[in-house]
Design a protein around this ligand. Structure first.
Ligand SMILES: Cc1cc2nc3c(=O)[nH]c(=O)nc-3n(C[C@H](O)[C@H](O)[C@H](O)COP(=O)(O)O)c2cc1C
Length: 471
């Protein structure tokens, strides 16, 4: 009788203990993903006893229990002021249409890990809604990409053609999970959206906020292209600050605190280019919405007469004005963008008022420039992974994405950026002779084993021929 009683007590208590652990795990997850403030200041995992659950990123400088692992550095005004001098996330890679694909961002994560902030290319709000409708959101935005663990499992599994894998095995880092394990978490990635209709922007925000993949949603207010003007969004919207406020208020209502909304804009548009204009723009936006982070492309743009490319070089840069804004609104965060191409220039622009620097074309020309940037401004102890390993790991990712149905040309594009200068030209020429690509046809059935091994072999050979030192 007493044995039954003891057994009963034992089973009941272990049941309650298990429930308690499950609830605390769920609660912890909820805290990790909640915006903008955590009620207890720190995730439960930091406070609780569950082994193996450790708070991963702690602000090295001020040791605050803060949101830095989840939200961007800009998630709350309170945390901004605490982190004005923080070394976190000072560097970001700009959104670039047709460049910043999910695959390019994957490559950047392989190179630079979680510290630099990455921006997706711009997606129109209605495009996001139609991806969602067609069930293609994951595919188009690169969500749920095969995890590095799967990729590495693939790398280390015994392949049908063992010699092939053996030939690239030496290029794989010794402890890839430790180096690349964070690629799964997209908490260093901001998704950029375009649009001017509050309703579709709000619905797109709802779709994105539900994903809980990105650290912020950024509204594009800087693109001057003719197509974007025809759609009545981008830089043209800056002329109508009330409309911008309507859009952002709708997005924020829809985000409901789950994800912050930020903006990327120019210093002015057409004749709206005075200092008063931009001061008033920032003032109105920040007082009528919860936006606290402004990415400032430090030049105006002209909607008529200049192509987007010329609008990135002809209107003169005015860094001084961005610094003026940062001084005038010390409670807000400003990231300076435009024309930055060297460590010296980054260093020169940083001061205690500016929150970050964003680089675009330099990253496109040479993504490996992330390495000195990280070492200099984010993490002096950063150990870069050799380029051969990056290339080899990216190829495994490429194969996994080919299986998902992405086109080889789109997947190969980021590797072209990996080889700058003369090497890049040789790589591009080499690509034209790659037999798999020459015979590729989207309608031809793709066999992961036969075609996958073939393309891996051909691209590995091409990469290796370039990695070998030339006399
Ligand atoms: C190919 C290309 C595509 C771009 N697409 C976008 C975009 O989708 N959204 C955006 O806000 N800016 C876009 N930009 C502008 C960049 O984000 C950045 O503001 C600009 O290039 C200036 O920075 P940089 O001098 O460091 O390149 C694009 C730039 C380039 C070169």
């Amino acid at each position: 009788m007493s044995l039954v009683f003891i057994a009963n007590i034992f089973f009941r208590s272990s049941y309650f203990l298990t429930r308690l652990i499950i609830i605390s795990l769920k609660f912890d997850r909820m805290l990790r993903t909640s915006y903008p403030l955590r009620p207890f200041g720190a995730p439960l995992s930091r406070l609780c006893f569950i082994p193996g659950l450790k708070y991963r990123h702690r602000c090295k400088k001020c040791r605050h229990s803060c949101l830095f692992d989840q939200a961007s550095q800009l998630s709350t005004t309170a945390s901004n002021s605490q982190h004005t001098n923080s070394i976190f996330r000072k560097i970001s890679v700009a959104p670039m249409v047709d460049v910043s694909s999910p695959h390019f961002l994957y490559l950047l994560r392989l190179i630079g890990g979680p510290k630099p902030q990455l921006y997706t290319e711009m997606y129109h709000a209605k495009a996001i809604l139609s991806f969602q409708q067609d069930g293609k959101l994951d595919f188009r935005l690169g969500l749920n990409n095969s995890s590095p663990r799967q990729i590495h499992a693939g790398l280390f599994a015994e392949p049908p053609d063992g010699s092939l894998i053996h030939s690239i095995r030496h290029t794989i880092p010794k402890n890839p999970a430790e180096i690349f394990g964070n690629i799964e978490a997209r908490d260093n990635t901001v998704v950029q959206v375009g649009g001017s209709d509050p309703d579709s922007l709000a619905r797109a925000t709802e779709v994105l906020a539900k994903q809980r993949e990105f650290s912020a949603i950024n509204l594009n207010l800087g693109c001057p292209s003719a197509a974007v003007q025809a759609g009545d969004f981008g830089a043209a919207l800056m002329k109508d600050v009330d409309r911008v406020i309507d859009c952002i208020q709708a997005m924020e209502a829809s985000a409901d605190g789950r994800i912050p909304v930020t903006v990327k804009c120019r210093l002015g548009v057409d004749e709206f280019d005075s200092e008063e204009f931009i001061l008033n723009f920032v003032d109105r936006l920040s007082s009528k919405t919860s936006v606290t982070h402004f990415i400032m492309h430090a030049r105006k743009c002209l909607l008529k007469g200049l192509s987007p490319a010329k609008n990135r070089s002809i209107p003169p840069l005015n860094y001084g004005r961005v610094h003026t804004l940062a001084k005038a609104f010390p409670h807000l965060s400003f990231t300076l963008n435009g024309g930055i191409r060297s460590l010296e220039e980054v260093q020169k622009q940083f001061n205690s008022n500016l929150n970050g620097i964003m680089l675009g074309r330099k990253m496109m020309d040479n993504p490996s420039f992330l390495i000195p940037l990280i070492k200099e401004f984010l993490d002096p102890d950063f150990t870069p992974t050799p380029q051969e390993s990056i290339y080899a790991c990216y190829l495994e990712y490429l194969l996994s994405q080919l299986e998902r149905g992405h086109r080889p040309t789109i997947l190969i594009k980021p590797t072209m950026y990996l080889f700058p200068g003369k090497q890049g030209r040789d790589y591009r020429t080499g690509l034209m002779t790659v037999p798999f690509l020459k015979s590729y046809h989207p309608k031809k059935p793709y066999s992961p084993i036969v075609d996958g091994n073939r393309i891996r072999k051909e691209l590995v050979n091409l990469g290796q021929s370039l990695h070998q030192p030339t006399d």
